[in-house]
Design a protein around this ligand. Structure first.
Ligand SMILES: Nc1ncnc2c1ncn2[C@@H]1O[C@H](COP(=O)(O)OP(=O)(O)OP(=O)(O)O)[C@@H](O)[C@H]1O
Length: 363
């Protein structure tokens, strides 16, 4: 595999004779644990080493290990660089040769790049296409090839962007996206497998994966983290990667607790009316910041607004804490929601914090 691979290839008979490499056994066990039996799972396959290894593991699961699970493939052409339609077609050829079906290839018309940049836009477009593919084929889940290396990179990305535990928790083993046009259940069986191991699985299977030029494009932050930052950090010692993975696991536990506690407080405190959610001002003041951000964020999204940044929820908490004579708002939040203090029972005093939808003519 020392030349630049412009599309994935299967070079020999499949499966090869001989013992399976050890990471293949681990990947198979995780795939079986995470996918429902007696059902179809679609594999998201880009043609890179991680998802081609997933294709290998799923094929062996279906044909050798467990006849109750079926796997199909969905390969999307983001059309962000030349040659990607050929990559998706090559994935389809290999998947069909391995006996997987259905095999779906789709060109993605990405919407205008939003505030999160090209990567975020591609991600949303991809999820919608996976959801559509699962819906039309009756698949119960979509499996993706994220690895332990992706996880370590994700933690570093979270750190440099300034994130709380939800983001530092990195990539989840399972996610259900209910906000898409069709609900989508995603599983990631390779989070305990390194990229070197997915390459080992491909090599064993006689697959030469596609090498996506964007993975080494220095203009992309993730690529710089992968090729410059992480190798640099690893000079600090042999436990850098495992330390980052432990950070993700600890942050996931903390985020789960904080989210559940914020949800409980929200249910206790929120007075819900049409287009308005009110809180007792003192109760908001008493919330620890970690919960205040979440409770206010939840009220905004319940009203149909966009999840606000930490800076915006901080502004709302400051409004709640401000002295009686100072401004009562409103503070505009993203997605047509605003916050203000309101006078209540006691004359001259503010006693509620109110989040409300702004009529569209004024927003
Ligand atoms: N164009 C695509 N079509 C289908 N699935 C995709 C596509 N791009 C990414 N995926 C899925 O999402 C996972 C993570 O995507 P990411 O872009 O981070 O890829 P990666 O780490 O380079 O992995 P790979 O080596 O499989 O390309 C992939 O392993 C694959 O399962």
């Amino acid at each position: 595999m020392n030349h630049w691979q412009t599309r994935p290839q299967l070079t020999g008979a499949f499966p090869p004779a001989g013992r399976w490499p050890e990471p293949l056994h681990r990947g198979l066990a995780q795939l079986q644990r995470l996918t429902p039996p007696q059902s179809l799972t679609l594999l998201g396959v880009s043609g890179g080493a991680d998802s081609m290894a997933l294709l290998v593991v799923a094929t062996l699961c279906q044909t050798r290990a467990d006849h109750t699970r079926r796997f199909g493939v969905i390969s999307l052409d983001h059309q962000l660089q030349s040659g990607t339609a050929e990559v998706a077609a090559a994935v389809a050829t290999i998947a069909t040769r391995l006996g997987l079906e259905p095999v779906i290839t789709r060109a993605l018309d990405l919407p205008e790049t939003g505030t999160g940049g090209l990567e975020a836009t591609a991600r949303v477009g991809r999820l919608e296409a996976f959801a559509q593919g699962a819906h039309t084929t009756g698949a119960q889940a979509v499996a993706l090839g994220h690895t332990a290396d992706d996880q370590a990179e994700q933690v570093l990305l979270g750190l440099v962007r300034g994130s709380g535990p939800r983001s530092l928790a990195g990539i989840a083993e399972t996610t259900t996206y209910s906000e898409l046009n069709h609900p989508l259940h995603v599983v990631r069986p390779f989070l305990g497998i390194s990229r070197a191991e997915t390459e080992q699985i491909c090599h064993w299977a006689g697959i030469e994966p596609w090498q996506d030029p964007m993975n080494t494009d220095p203009r992309i932050l993730r690529a710089r983290i992968r090729h410059q930052v992480l190798p640099g950090l690893e000079q600090l010692g042999p436990t850098v990667r495992s330390g980052l993975l432990a950070t993700a696991a600890i942050a996931a536990e903390d985020a789960e607790y904080l989210d559940a506690e914020a949800h409980r407080r929200y249910r206790m405190l929120a007075q819900i009316h049409t287009a308005t959610i009110r809180f007792d001002l003192q109760a908001v003041r008493d919330l620890p910041a970690a919960l205040g951000h979440r409770v206010i964020g939840k009220a905004v999204t319940e009203l149909g607004g966009t999840r606000p940044s930490r800076e915006r929820t901080l502004a709302v908490m400051e409004l709640a804490r401000a002295r009686p004579g100072s401004s009562a708002g409103p503070i505009q939040l993203a997605g047509g929601v605003a916050a203000r203090r309101n006078r209540g029972q006691n004359p001259g005093e503010y006693d509620t914090l109110e989040l409300f939808t702004v009529p569209s003519s004024r927003s």
